[in-house]
Design a protein around this ligand. Structure first.
Ligand SMILES: [Zn+2]
Length: 88
C-alpha cells in the first residue's frame, strides 16, 4: 500500500487501517429477529450443575440463516456447494 501522492514510500496509515477488524456479529439469543418464515432461535439449558449434572450445557435450535452467517451457494441453488465445501 503506497501513498497516492506519487511517493513510493509505504502509506503506513493505510496499512494500519487495513488491519482493523470490525466485529459486526449479531449475538444469538432466544427470540431474536429471524428472516420471515425461518425457524425461531431458542436457547435452553440442557444440563445444569444446579440439578447435579456434570456441567452446565446449553442447547440451541435455529435455522442456519440466523444471525451473522455465511450463505453457501447451496442456499439459493440446488446442487451448488454447501458451506462445508467452500474454501476457507
Ligand atoms: Zn443466510
Amino acid at each position: 500500500m503506497y501513498a497516492k501522492s506519487g511517493s513510493l514510500a509505504p502509506d503506513v496509515d493505510a496499512a494500519e487501517r487495513i488491519r482493523v477488524i470490525h466485529d459486526i456479529s449479531v449475538p444469538l439469543r432466544t427470540g431474536m429477529v429471524v428472516y420471515p418464515g425461518d425457524p425461531p432461535m431458542t436457547m435452553t439449558r440442557a444440563m445444569s450443575l444446579a440439578v447435579g449434572d456434570i456441567a452446565n450445557v446449553s442447547q440451541m435450535e435455529l435455522g442456519v440463516h440466523t444471525g451473522t452467517h455465511v450463505d453457501a451457494p447451496l442456499h439459493f441453488f440446488d446442487g451448488a456447494p454447501a458451506v462445508e465445501a467452500l474454501e476457507p
